[in-house]
Design a protein around this ligand. Structure first.
Ligand SMILES: [Zn+2]
Length: 298
């Protein structure tokens, strides 16, 4: 209740509650922060509070609004939540609905998740609503990249920034909500405060295990062994930055005992940059593995 079931971003819990308590709700908000840190959960919970019919509590769980909301059947609540680009037709559709007065509550709440995937046309179309919203409307745009929004949209929204989750918060969420525990301990750092990244790491547990095995035992393997065992790296271009982060943590860990491993970290950093700047991917991986193997072997 009142955000207690959401972990992390404590300051925003207070901020959002105080907006309602002081009746300072405006028409449009922008929830900004990296993916997988709870922005959508916050928006949903807040929407429920905004729509609740009880004046004394933010979220009574007893009124018609709260009950309909919990059964995913609230006529004054509308969500666009998809991974693909949000197109102008969807915004037009939303605008038609916005004109209808609320049915249960005295407000209507619209959440647009991944709003930073809106096309320019979609943004321009939405702008009309942001410029002249019906008095009962609250729109929450959620996105990772604020700069993708048109200035005209940004200037009309109240921005709420979300921080990546702290390590202990992330561990707690993984354990309590997903029954997942990442090993070794420092693997959690690779997730950089994002549940989404942590879950993708958990799914690729075997990959991270083989990476750990190879890099912790490079001196036992021939170069050919290393290349064979790490074929997965060549096939995981889309996750390579995370995997390289992990390799870096392995060496940071080793460097605490032997400083000679510090040079490996430089090599890994170089590879990360080269991959971003689109150098030949396979060649970059070849070179990195060779570098790491070579310095270990001699
Ligand atoms: Zn209620």
């Amino acid at each position: 209740m009142e955000f207690t079931d959401i972990i992390g971003n404590e300051k925003n819990k207070e901020l959002l509650k105080s907006i309602l308590k002081q009746q300072k709700l405006s028409h449009s908000y922008m929830f900004i922060g990296k993916e997988g840190i709870g922005k959508f959960l916050f928006a949903n919970k807040w929407a429920k509070m905004i729509l609740c019919q009880t004046k004394e509590e933010l979220e009574c769980n007893k009124c018609k609004s709260c009950i309909q909301f919990d059964s995913n059947n609230h006529p004054d609540f509308y969500v666009i939540n998809q991974d693909e680009t949000i197109k102008i037709e969807q915004i037009r559709n939303l605008q038609t609905k916005i004109l209808e007065k609320p049915i249960i509550s005295n407000k209507k709440v619209y959440i647009i998740n991944n709003a930073d995937t809106m096309t320019k046309e979609a943004q321009n179309c939405l702008l009309k609503t942001l410029e002249e919203p019906p008095e009962y409307v609250v729109i929450i745009l959620i996105g990772a990249n604020e700069n993708i929004f048109l200035n005209t949209i940004r200037s009309r929204c109240t921005k709420i920034s979300f921080e990546p989750l702290k390590e202990n918060e992330l561990i707690k969420i993984l354990k309590e909500k997903f029954d997942i525990y990442l090993e070794p301990e420092y693997l959690i750092k690779v997730a950089q405060g994002s549940v989404k990244t942590a879950l993708s790491i958990a799914q690729k547990k075997d990959l991270y295990k083989s990476v750990q095995d190879v890099f912790e035992n490079t001196d036992k393997y021939t170069l050919l062994d290393v290349l064979n065992k790490l074929q997965v790296l060549y096939k995981n271009k889309e996750n390579i930055q995370e995997i390289l982060d992990y390799i870096e943590y392995i060496f940071l860990n080793k460097a605490q005992k032997e400083t000679k491993y510090l040079s490996k970290i430089e090599e890994i950093e170089k590879t990360k940059k080269n991959i971003i700047s689109n150098s030949n991917y396979d060649m970059q991986i070849d070179y990195l593995l060779f570098k790491i193997w070579e310095e270990n072997a001699f």
